[in-house]
Design a protein around this ligand. Sequence first.
Ligand SMILES: NC(=O)c1ccc[n+]([C@@H]2O[C@H](COP(=O)([O-])OP(=O)(O)OC[C@H]3O[C@@H](n4cnc5c(N)ncnc54)[C@H](O)[C@@H]3O)[C@@H](O)[C@H]2O)c1
Ligand SMILES: O=C(O)C(=O)C[C@]1(C(=O)O)C=C[C@@H](O)C=C1
Length: 307
Amino acid sequence: MSARFERVALIGIGLIGSSLARVIRRKELADHIAIATASSETLEHAHQLDLGDSYTTSNAEAVRGADLVIVAVPVGASGAVARDIAHDLSDGAIVTDVGSTKTSVIEQMRPYLPASVHFVPGHPIAGTEQSGPEAGFAELFEHRWCILTPLPGTDEAAVERLTHFWEACGSTVERMEHTHHDKVLAIVSHLPHIIAYNIVGTADDVETVTQSEVIKYSASGFRDFTRLAASDPTMWRDVCLHNSDAILEMLARFSEDLAALQKAIRWHDGDALFDLFSRTRAVRRSIIEAGQEVDAPDFGRHGRHPE
Ligand SMILES: NC(=O)c1ccc[n+]([C@@H]2O[C@H](COP(=O)([O-])OP(=O)(O)OC[C@H]3O[C@@H](n4cnc5c(N)ncnc54)[C@H](O)[C@@H]3O)[C@@H](O)[C@H]2O)c1
Ligand SMILES: O=C(O)C(=O)C[C@]1(C(=O)O)C=C[C@@H](O)C=C1
C-alpha cells in the first residue's frame, strides 16, 4: 500500500504543519502540497519558506481535490475548521488531525464531516516549545510515536494508509482508544507542562523579592522547566480546556502525592524521601534501558534545526 498521496491539504502551518510539509516534500509523499492557514501573514511566511505548492487563507479551497487532509491547528479551532471544509471534501478522502487531545477533537469535528470521507484522528508525540512555520523541521517525527485513535467502524484500508504515511515520516504508529489516549497524555505530557508553567510562574513572582537571582542561577534544573514553560500559550490553553477532565483527575493525584512529600519533608522522614527518589530514579533508568530517548534533542532546546 502506498504512503504517497496526490494532493495533501495542510490546514495550519505552524510547528507541526510545517514539519509535515518539509518531510512530505523531502520523502516525496505527495504530488501537491496545499497550504491553508487563518493568518495571511503566516501564509506569506510559509510561501517565503517555500513549504508548499499552493497557498490560501481559505480552508475550503485547500481541501478541494485532496485525498489527504491534515488539520494542524490548536485543538480549540478543530470544530471551526471541520465546518469550513465539510462541503468541499472529496469522496474517499482521509481526514486526520495532529491535536494533542483526541476526545474533544472528535466531538468537535465529527458532526460536520460527511460519511463519504474517512476520519482517522491522530497525534504525533513529537514537538518542541517553538511555534510557527519557521520552527518546523523534516526530522521532527523520526523515531517518535504517532498515535491513531480511529473510531469503531472506520475503514481499515484508510487507517492502514495513514499508518504507512506516518511510518514514511519516520514514526512508529500505535492505535489507541481516544479516551485512553487522553488519560495517558494527561500524565505524560499535559501535567509536566502545567507543572512547568506553574513553577516558572511561582519563580517569576518570587523574583520581585530575589531581584535577578532567578535568571542568574537558572543554569540548573530550573532551566529545563523554563523550556517547557516557553511553549505556545494558545496551544496549551486549548489543551487544558479540551482535556480538563483527565487533567484534573491527574492533578488531584499529583496534589495528594505532593502533600505526602511535603509531610515527609516537614517530619524529616528520610526513609520516605529516599524510597520515593529511588523509585523515580528507577523509572528514568528503565526508560533508558528500553532504548527510548529521554532528553529533548538540541534542536528542541535551541529552536531551529539546521536544515
Ligand atoms: N507543538 C507541539 O509540540 C505539538 C506536538 C504534537 C501535536 N501538537 C498539536 O498540533 C497542533 C498544532 O500545533 P503547532 O505547535 O503546530 O501550533 P502552531 O501555533 O505552531 O501552529 C498553528 C497553526 O494553526 C493556524 N490556525 C489557527 N486557527 C486556524 C483556523 N481556524 N484555520 C486555519 N488555520 C488556523 C495558525 O495560523 C498556525 O499556522 C495543535 O493541535 C497541537 O496540540 C503540537
Ligand atoms: O518536547 C516538547 O517540547 C513537547 O512538549 C512535545 C510534546 C510532549 O509533551 O512530549 C508536547 C505536546 C504534544 O502533544 C506532543 C509532544
